[in-house]
Structures are given as C-alpha cells and as structure tokens.
Ligand binder design. Structure first.
Ligand SMILES: Nc1ncnc2c1ncn2[C@@H]1O[C@H](COP(=O)(O)OP(=O)(O)OP(=O)(O)O)[C@@H](O)[C@H]1O
Ligand SMILES: [Mg+2]
Length: 470
C-alpha cells in the first residue's frame, strides 16, 4: 500500500477526538462500521457522560446501547423514543413558526408541495400562532403571580389534530379561544402590573388577527363539497398533522431536556417512516443550533443519508460552538450526494474534520477490522455483544422502568407491530409471540376490575358457604 503508513502494532478502538469537529465513517456493508466504529465511540461517550442521541434504523442498536450503558452503570439514563413502552415526546416543544412550517414541508415529498400544500401550511401557521399566543398569555399571568389562567389548548400535535378534525371542531376552537382571551383573561386582567398588561394586550391582539382569519376560513367551508376550496385545505393540513403525530413518538417529553440532562436517547426509527425521522431530526438540528446551554452532546447517526435532505443538513459549524458533535456513518459518499446534491454535500464534508474509512479487506477477521484515518491504516477492535447480553440489558432496562408488569417471566419487548400490538421474546426459550401492550393508565383499571372480580367471587363463596352450613 504505497503512500500509506500502516500501523499494525496492535488493535485499538478508533475513538473520535472529543473536540466537536465531527466524524464521518464510510465502508460497505459488513466492513465493521457499526461494530468497529459506532459502538466503540458510543461506549466512549457514555463513559465521558455526554448527552447522547442515537438513531436506530434497524431495531438492534437500542439493545446494544443499553448493554454498553449497563456495563458502565448508566442503564437508568437510557431513554427510548418511538415504542409504546418507551417515552413519547412533544415534537412542537421549543419550535418557532419558521421551524414549524419547515416541518410541515418536510413531511411530504418535494413534488407534492403544491397549491393545496402551501395553503395548508398557511392555515397551519395561523393555528400555530394562536396556540403559541395563548401559551404566552398564560405565561404572562403566571409570571405576574396571577393564578388559574390556563390556556384551553396546549401546543402539541394531538391537540392540533383534534382542532382540525372537521369544520365544526375548528369553529369550536375559534369560540373557545375567544372565550379565553376576551372573557376569562379579562376577569383577572386588572391584577396584572402595567407592563405585563401591555404584554398581554400585545399577545391578545396578535391572536385576534389569526382568529379573524380562522373565522372567515370556516365561513368559506362548503359543507356540501368538503374536498373543495377551504374544506380541501383543511383536509390537507389534517393529513400533514396526522403524518407527524404518528404513533408512539407523540407524548409530552422534551427531547432537549433529556439531552441537557446528559441522558442517552435512542429513537427507534425502525417503527416509523423515514420522512417522520427526517422531520424529527430537523427539529433536533435546529434546536441544538439555537440552544443556550453547553452540556456536551453527541449525535450518532448510522445511515446518515436517510435522515437528511438538501434543505435539512445540520449546520455543523454552528454545532461546534454549541458543543454538539456529529458522529455519522454511510456506506459511501455517493449515497449522501444523491440525497443532498454534490455541491451541498461537498460543503458539508468540508466541516467534518475526522474521516474514517472501513473496507472489507482480506485481513479482516472478526477480531479486527482494518480502517484508514487520514494517511494511516489501523486496526479496530470491534465491540460484539451476544444475544444473551442484549436481551439481559433490555430485560434489566424494562425492570428499571417497571415495564415488566404485564410480562411475567423472562420476556423482553422486541418491536412494535401495529399501534398497541408488539412482539415479545422469551429470553430463556427464544420463543417469539405477539403481545398487546397495555398502557399504565389502563393497567390500573384492569387491576381494579380484577380486584372487583375477586371481591365478587369471595362474596359468592361466602354466600355459598353460608347456605351450605345453614
Ligand atoms: N455480535 C456479533 N458477533 C459476531 N459477529 C458480528 C456481530 N455483529 C456483527 N458481526 C459481524 O461483523 C462484521 C461487521 O459487521 P458490522 O455490522 O459492524 O458492519 P457494518 O459496516 O456496520 O455493516 P452495515 O453497513 O450493513 O451496517 C460482519 O461480518 C458481521 O456479520
Ligand atoms: Mg452497520
């Protein structure tokens, strides 16, 4: 290998310098990117205590991360997003209107961004502005110490979905907001100090303009042809919001808060569309570039090309100032070029200072993988975990979060199937079977039913005994 310095003095882990200048690993399938590069770096950053965000496309990375976290006593810090037994997050938390409109764009393919789409986004922004204005109002009152002013709707996707259900729900929304802003707030407005009163008036007047738009929009909806005109716009927007509120991602958690707390967050992208993953990443990239705190955060994205598009490559130069690093892998650069375009790709790669190239060499055995960094060829020692280690970590993680209630015996959750159905695996026998995941709030009801039933059985027995002995 002319021109390359081959260092084969021993095998080591290709640990990326923690200087926030980012790393990209390339290599064909089976060359050792995941086991020889990603996992050793994930482990190193776990030990360092960085906030970690990792995307799991194949549904197998989460358990490997849990196992590494367990090894270093940090299993409790693993947060899983995107499964019924994991945590849900509010995608709209910490967004602004620009980001929200970009997210609505991101959830459809570029060629589908037509007139209906543009009108739907415009309507969406009016609703968004009203919801944020009401949250602002509630905050203004809360900060002034005036209690009991609660916004009638929270800014989240499920609420938006409910508001946009049909013409009548949109009308109901309009009425409810006016009641809040014009009556409920006015009853206590005199309790506000003058400055806060100004802030309130400002927020209220802003909201009124948008409410006026909603009023004339609702009036335009022709109930007899719901797919045309305003009805069609409402329909399009509802579709967009539904696509974003897909299944188990939705909840009340704040992703940024987890990362600032140094948690190890894994998103199970095996459960939903690439489009939603991209929207999710867009939200994350934007919020990270704007953040004010400086807890070190590392993003691990294997198959990086799947999460980006020409308009949502992260600004990694800004990331450095924010102490956020990206550690990514692709099979080859072409994959990335195809997604974002050659010019954008070049520009992006210019800001990625550490490059690691893996390849299937004859010399590779499962003890070591050859890789190239700069002009040096080295050998990486892979992190391999056995199926038992992975299951054991998953089991222990489930136990910490009390997710085993419904699964007596050594069962682990494997993957979500359709809404509440999933597959579970017995870690002793290896048996895999479908299982209905029951949320905590329904479980309590089930327990009560069981108790109730138990009481009835007891009563009957007592009665029978009485009859028998009498
Ligand atoms: N836990 C394990 N035990 C034994 N061998 C493994 C284990 N995990 C992976 N391997 C093997 O190690 C090699 C490298 O696998 P790895 O998953 O790291 O490749 P990769 O570059 O990430 O591939 P891909 O692009 O398909 O994700 C493969 O031959 C694979 O079969
Ligand atoms: Mg891999």
């Amino acid at each position: 290998m002319a021109g390359f310095i081959v260092e084969k003095r021993g095998v080591e882990k290709p640990v990326v310098p923690a200087d926030f200048t980012h790393a990209l690993c390339t290599g064909e399938t089976g060359s050792g990117k995941t086991s020889g590069f990603m996992l050793p770096n994930i482990e190193e950053r776990i030990v360092r205590g960085h906030g970690i965000f990792a995307v799991d496309f194949k549904g197998n990375l989460h358990a490997q991360i849990k196992s590494l976290a367990q090894k270093h006593g940090r299993l409790r810090d693993v947060v899983e997003i995107g499964t019924p037994w994991g945590e849900g997050v509010n995608l709209l938390e910490g967004t602004n209107r620009t980001l929200f409109s970009r997210m609505l764009d991101g959830i459809v393919n570029e060629e589908k961004r037509d007139f209906w789409h543009a009108s739907a986004v415009a309507l969406g922004l009016h609703v968004y502005d009203i919801l944020t204005a009401m949250e602002d109002v509630a905050e203004i009152f809360a900060e002034a110490g005036v209690e009991g002013v609660e916004p009638p709707y929270r800014l989240d996707l499920p609420n938006m979905g409910r508001i946009l259900q049909q013409a009548s729900s949109l009308e109901g929304f309009l009425r409810r907001c006016r009641l809040f802003l014009q009556e409920e707030c006015y009853e206590v407005v005199t309790k506000l100090p003058p400055f806060a009163r100004g802030a309130f008036r400002q927020a209220r007047e802003g909201a009124e303009e948008h409410l006026e738009f909603i009023r004339s929009f609702v009036k335009d909806i022709d109930e007899s042809s719901p797919a045309a005109g305003s009805g069609g716009v409402l329909f399009s927007l509802r579709q967009l919001v539904q696509a974003m509120s897909d299944g188990a991602v939705s909840g009340s958690g704040d992703l940024m808060e987890y990362l600032e707390d140094g948690k190890i967050v894994v998103i199970r992208s095996d459960a939903f569309s690439d489009m939603l993953t991209r929207v999710f990443m867009q939200m994350l990239f934007t919020r990270l570039s704007r953040r004010l705190s400086h807890t070190p955060v590392t993003l691990f994205v294997d198959e990086f090309q799947r999460v980006v598009g020409s308009d949502n490559l992260p600004h990694v130069d800004v990331f450095r100032e924010k102490r956020v690093e990206l550690i990514a892998a692709v099979q080859n650069i072409r994959q990335l070029e195809n997604r974002v375009g050659e010019r954008v790709c070049d520009e992006f790669l210019g800001n990625i200072l550490h490059r690691y190239e893996f390849a299937n060499h004859l010399e590779n055995d499962l003890e070591r993988f050859e890789y190239r960094v700069g002009r040096t060829v080295k050998l990486a020692k892979p992190v391999f975990l056995t199926e038992y280690e992975l299951d054991a970590a998953q089991y222990a993680w489930q136990k910490i979060w009390d997710r085993n209630v419904e699964l007596p015996g050594k069962w682990v959750y494997l993957q979500a199937d359709r809404s509440r159905r999933c597959f579970v695996k017995n870690m002793e026998s290896g048996e895999v079977r479908p299982h209905f995941f029951v949320e905590m709030r329904y479980r309590v009801a089930a327990e009560e039913k069981r108790e109730e039933h138990g009481e009835k059985v007891k009563e009957r027995q007592e009665r029978e005994e009485k009859i028998f002995f009498d």
